[in-house]
Write a protein that binds this ligand. Structure first.
Ligand code: SF4
Length: 403
């Protein structure tokens, strides 16, 4: 890891700070943004949570944290992040890692395309940037799995580049601060929000470093652009929450248009979520001579490359588990025994896994390159989808009870 800089440094360098000339129409907005920065940064210096990725300026570590935090809560990510950095301390280690190891380290975080893109990007950095994480924003944006938000987060947090960020938390804060009542996901409104986020980070770029000292001396800041973007994220995550924002504790309440107009419950104006769809699967823990049949999900499907027990969707059919087993394994007779029911959600789907134990003497006609017969100890070394891992955990005690 590169040497850590400290937030005590007296010379913050602002990367890429070639701002276009101030447009007259923006002047008022720029002034408003400049006035938001001091209370926001002062609050962040006092209230910033001590998170492991805030104790480093290593762009590799910051990148890993940003990818893990996409769609995943902070409290879930912490243990994954720490384990990942222990196992894969640098870019070269990710580029060279076996895909099975990467999937195992990511097991349970979901959205597994993220981990495959991490490896592709690490390999690209080795090839095209001599193994050094690029400082150039466009080069970061060109890496697999990195969009405008993530590139802005890495550029500002690791290198103090005045690039904006806009995720769900920041969107909500900005909509409320400026009382924007349109749907923030609509194209024009979204562009307006990016513009505001950019004005804010630019307005902060020359903020004096003496005012950035965080109360927790372990936290490191590359400069004011990092502090600004992180304070927006932090405010959205801890104060300006979706329901019942803590406006009384908010450093920006005097400048917040939604608070002053009593509109915090109506803003942001997000379209209703798609209604949930129920799906049911018959899942089989097929045992032969003490080993279980498992299959690896193929490329291009949800949870690709992860392992699972054989299963068949039963939604909308009157098919019994025995019929599902006969169909899946080409058996003449099958007597599956109820084992467990696992409920979980993937995006808008509410999924019920009805799991059955199925003892077989002969090998079912299902084997292919994607299938393996393994003992439970071996199964634990594979990366399973979350629901199937729960089944695996329930399987082990039952086995030991039977001796
Ligand atoms: Fe959010 Fe309330 Fe602060 Fe406005 S005053 S930014 S609504 S927490």
């Amino acid at each position: 890891m590169p040497a850590r800089a400290t937030n005590q440094s007296s010379k913050f360098k602002v990367q890429g700070s070639k701002f276009p000339k101030r447009e007259t129409g923006n002047f008022k907005l720029e002034t408003r943004c400049a006035r938001l920065a001091p209370p926001l940064l002062g609050w962040f210096a006092r209230a910033a949570r001590d998170l492991p990725w805030r104790r480093t300026l290593d762009p590799y570590a910051i990148w890993v944290s940003e990818i893990m935090l996409q769609q995943t809560q902070v409290k879930t990510v912490i243990a994954y992040y720490e384990r990942w950095l222990r196992e894969l301390p640098d870019l070269a280690a990710v580029a060279a890692a076996a895909p099975d190891k990467l999937h195992k380290l990511w097991e349970g975080l979901g959205y597994y395309t993220r981990v495959r893109n991490l490896q592709k990007a690490a390999q690209q950095i080795i090839r095209e940037h001599n193994g050094k994480f690029p400082r150039d924003f466009d080069a970061v944006l060109a890496l697999p799995g990195i969009g405008r938000y993530t590139a802005g987060a890495i550029a500002s947090i690791a290198f103090n580049t005045p690039k904006p960020i806009l995720d769900g938390n920041v969107m909500r804060v900005l909509c409320r601060l400026f009382a924007i009542r349109d749907n923030p996901r609509d194209k024009a409104t979204n562009a307006k929000l990016w513009h505001l986020a950019e004005l804010l980070v630019r307005a902060t770029a020359t903020f004096p470093n003496s005012k950035l000292k965080t109360q927790n001396s372990k936290l490191l800041l590359s400069g004011p652009c990092s502090a600004l973007n992180q304070s927006l994220m932090e405010l959205g995550a801890t104060v300006c929450t979706p329901r019942s924002p803590a406006c009384d504790a908010c450093p920006l309440r005097n400048q917040c248009a939604a608070f002053q107009k009593n509109l915090t419950a109506q803003i942001p104006n997000l379209a209703a979520r798609a209604t949930a769809t129920a799906r049911t699967f018959h899942t089989f823990l097929v045992r032969r001579a003490g080993k279980y049949l498992v299959q690896q999900r193929t490329a291009g499907v949800v949870n690709a490359h992860l392992w699972e027990f054989p299963n068949l969707e039963a939604t909308g059919t009157s098919r019994s588990a025995a019929n599902s087993a006969r169909e899946l394994f080409k058996l003449r007779t099958a007597r599956p025994r109820p084992f467990a029911t696992i409920k979980h959600s993937i995006t808008r789907y509410r999924i019920t896994q009805e799991a059955f134990l199925l003892e077989v003497r002969a090998t079912p006609k299902i084997s292919s390159d994607h299938h393996r017969w393994l003992a439970t100890a071996e199964l634990h070394s594979l990366a399973f989808t979350s629901a199937h891992r729960k089944l695996l955990h329930r399987l082990a005690p039952q086995l030991s009870a039977k001796g």
